[in-house]
Design a protein around this ligand. Sequence first.
Ligand code: PEP
Ligand code: MN
Length: 350
Amino acid sequence: MMIIMKANATPQQVEGVITSIKEAGLNVHLSQGVEATIIGAIGETHNIPLERFESLDGVDLVQRITQPYKLASRQFHPENTILGIDGFTVGGDEIAVIAGPCAVEGRSQILETAQAVKEAGASALRGGVFKPRTSPYAFQGLGEEGLELLAEAREKTGLSIVVEIMSQVQLDVMVKYVDVFQIGARNMQNFNLLRAIGETRTAVLLKRGLSASIEELLMSAEYILAGGNNRVMLCERGIRTFETSTRNTTDINAVPVLKNLTHLPVILDPSHSTGHANYVTAVARAAIAAGADGLIVEVHPDPAKAVSDGKQSLKPEAFAAMVKQVGQIAQVMGRRLAVAQGEYTKQGWA
Ligand code: PEP
Ligand code: MN
């Protein structure tokens, strides 16, 4: 249920409504937009009549949120959410480009990639240290050592770091290092993990599950928002279909559909969507033209030698060309590339 306050409602009247929501046994989520103050009353609301809140001082309108996801819905929060990550924003006029290897493999690999993507115009650095591999015998990631290397790359480039978390067991060690938690496709419905991330105030990039509907993605986002962490961005990364010429099928429709249903920023991953480096740039262009707020792209200095996802990883030169094209499309859309504001000194990686 959402309670829309009158434009001239006083802070005392807002407080009065909050008290009344709590008395009804519901959770309060305050959304103070430029246009309106909306107070969400979230929980088992079906037995509570609208009149209970309609008569309170300062209340303009009380409405039920019709979608099963509440805090994630655009009905509850009509304006776009703009997330501030260290050095740039996501969800406003800026287009964020997160880039880096599938996995952190070693010091020179991650530092070299970080420098290259920074020079090409990336806004943040990605790199997995706990990898969800289909085979238990495949490289599983460097763990905390990888986090330390990412932190070093951040220090040298000023790029924020985006790292996948697979289990809440990893939370304590990761929260000290990462700027953005990535929740991968395989964990989109790991509800315990979603709840644990909801307790933090670290930004989250939540990827769509391999066969998840858009509504299921939004319900997963709702878990994080319900915990009080509203720093969530969603990521379309391709879904499973009958098509075998690409690793997954990019659901480009998901971009405008999500932008319509939710206020949360929408990122697209052209690397896992296509599975082939040759197709990444075309799909990246399409994503921005469709209205995505950013991209997450795999880049490796020597894709042939990558321990994971080499086939879909761009070489730094190809990434730089992609960023240029995407920047031009951003302009057509009345937007611009986010440029990381961090300190960057060209001191080499010795
Ligand atoms: C990744 O980003 O490297 C990854 C494993 O992605 P996804 O969860 O989308 O498969
Ligand atoms: Mn990968």
